[in-house]
Design a binder for this molecule. Structure first.
Ligand code: GAP
Length: 531
């Protein structure tokens, strides 16, 4: 367990005081990271936002051999987060009373709020606050030909080996010594002998690698035969491509424009794990940006820093984020270029989001295979062309997991450990908890409920009276509630209540009538803009 020295002196809990504590800072102060000039290049970027001018951005170029230990994770032990998630109702193992099902997780009362808030924050930045991107919600089940055309039936696979005795399968790239190999080397029949690989389960011999398709299948209609096979979508992106023309025409969009979608995706992962990091059922937040072919590289460069900035604006420490460019031999079948936004998880640097230049692969293939004309006519130049696509593809579960890990901290307050989730207020499951100082006084409880009911019309608020005030504050700290409102005996006389800030632990006395306004103003002030 890591112990963190408080960043600044905090007012002590537990009893609310009448004196104001100034205006507490929201969220955590972010450590500033000085860019290393050796790893920075400048790019002049076109504006992808209709209302913004050209951008000049600096972004790091991939370090091919980064030292994985150079940046410490926010939490050393993943079990800390898994334990907190289960104990406080963020995430539960799916089907637990039947022994569970591998790589599927359920979100509890707090987890569903956190994940919904993550998806809302993404939608606000990608759709609501922009003029050039519109939304879509397409079906999970689609015409099976889509997955043939997209290349997923032939190409969406992982090289794997099978144990001759226990029959378990393992991804080749997860064995020590194989992490950096390209697909060709991973499928080399001699790799098992060359790296001396044996079954991690029972030490048995492994067969030569072969491809294992990751798509999950089911049957549509009453007959379970080959003709009825459909796939559970492994990415939401294809639903966007096959709706491209409908959206373009109905929303009257001109290139460049984007279509965004949030929804479930399914992959029969061979080596799922690390809690919700790699699951078989998960959610994606994808945006496809349609551009003129010659501008794709510039738009790609413009989206990279924007997407990293989104995680930073919602509280992820910049030093635990980086870009990693895919080598040509590891590019997905559709990608001309791919850069991952990576996060320093407790189990290493791993992909958080992929940014891909998909060229004309998708619209070109769907146009050809469907026989429908998906070309764009540019009235300004009188040209017809297949738009190229720049994709930003994030995982909602992975993002929520990252915000949870990065927000976790332990502090010592008056000799006692305090666990705090320093979640950005927009992401916190509850924004405010209303607490009575004396639960035996019905007038105090009634006043709490009046305040809570008013708050609930605007935001997520909760009432709790099941412990002493100090313990109630700690409980809210541990689930990331940014503000607590406490009603005491004086409140009955003067109509004022105490608002306590999670991070600064300062206390401010305000009129009970002003609580909802106070909280909604704070939320509005904290919300990032123009991402
Ligand atoms: N349309 C492109 C695409 O799907 P990807 O890199 O395969 O690209 C994009 O996936 C994002 O989806 C990843 O960066 C990750 O956040 C999330 N993701 C992918 N597989 C996942 C899994 N098995 N469990 C949880 N999230 C996953």
């Amino acid at each position: 367990m890591r112990s963190i020295v408080p960043r600044r002196h905090r007012a002590g809990d537990p009893r609310p005081t009448r004196t104001g504590g100034g205006s507490p800072a929201l969220g955590r102060p972010k450590p500033s990271v000085a860019p290393n000039p050796a790893t920075i290049r400048a790019t002049v970027l076109p504006s992808a936002h209709a209302t913004r001018g050209p951008l000049v951005e600096l972004h790091p170029v991939t370090d091919p051999k980064p030292d994985p230990n150079a940046v410490a994770p926010s939490v050393r032990d993943l079990e800390t987060i898994v334990g907190l998630s289960k104990r406080r109702g963020f995430v539960f193992p799916s089907s637990e009373i039947y022994g569970g099902i591998n790589a599927v997780w359920d979100y509890g009362p707090l987890g569903v709020e956190l994940k919904n808030n993550v998806k809302r924050a993404w939608w606000r930045a990608m759709v609501q606050e922009r003029d050039d991107i519109v939304g879509l919600d397409s079906g999970i089940l689609m015409h099976p030909q889509i997955w043939v055309t997209s290349g997923h039936v032939a190409e969406f696979n992982d090289p794997m080996v099978e144990c001759a005795t226990c029959k378990r399968r393992f991804r080749v790239d997860e064995f020590a010594g194989a992490e950096d190999l390209g697909p060709k080397e991973l499928l080399d029949p001699g790799i098992v002998a060359r790296l001396g690989l044996a079954c991690p389960n029972d030490g048995g011999p492994l067969n030569a690698p072969r491809r294992f398709n990751l798509m999950l299948k089911t049957f549509l209609g009453p007959v379970e035969d080959e003709a009825a096979v459909v796939y559970l979508r492994p990415e939401t992106a294809q639903g966007i491509y096959v709706n491209y023309r409908n959206v373009r025409d109905t929303a009257r969009k001109k290139v460049p424009f984007g279509i965004a979608q949030v929804g479930k995706a399914f992959r029969n992962e061979i080596s799922p794990g690390n809690f919700v990091f790699r699951m078989r059922e998960f959610e994606q937040m994808e945006m496809q940006y349609f551009v003129r072919p010659e501008t794709a590289a510039d738009y790609f460069d413009a989206w990279m820093p924007r997407r990293k900035a989104w995680y930073e604006a919602y509280g992820v420490s910049p030093e635990r984020l980086r870009f990693r460019e895919h080598r040509p031999d590891e590019l997905a079948h559709y990608a001309k270029k791919a850069v991952d936004v990576e996060y320093r998880f407790p189990f290493g640097w791993k992909e958080l989001e992929g940014i891909h230049n998909r060229g004309d692969w998708d619209l070109g293939r769907h146009s050809k295979e469907s026989g429908e004309n998906l070309e764009y006519f540019d009235p300004a130049t009188e040209e017809h062309f297949i738009p190229w696509i720049v994709e930003t593809s994030a995982g909602a579960d992975r993002a929520a997991f990252t915000f949870l890990i990065d927000a976790y901290r332990e502090e010592e307050v008056r000799g006692e450990k305090r666990v705090v989730l320093g979640l950005h207020p927009d992401l916190a499951p509850y924004k405010v908890a209303v607490l009575p100082l004396l639960k035996k006084r019905p007038e105090i409880v009634a006043m709490c409920h009046r305040i809570k009911s008013d708050l609930k019309r605007q935001t997520m608020a909760v009432y709790d009276d099941t412990a002493a005030i100090g313990k109630l504050y700690r409980r809210q700290d541990e689930i990331g509630t940014p503000w607590c409102v406490t009603v005491d005996v004086d409140s009955l006389e003067d109509g004022n209540v105490t608002v306590r800030d999670r991070d600064a632990m300062t206390q401010e006395r305000i009129s009970a009538d002003q609580v909802t306004r106070y909280i909604t103003d704070k939320l509005d002030a904290a919300r990032p803009r123009g991402l």
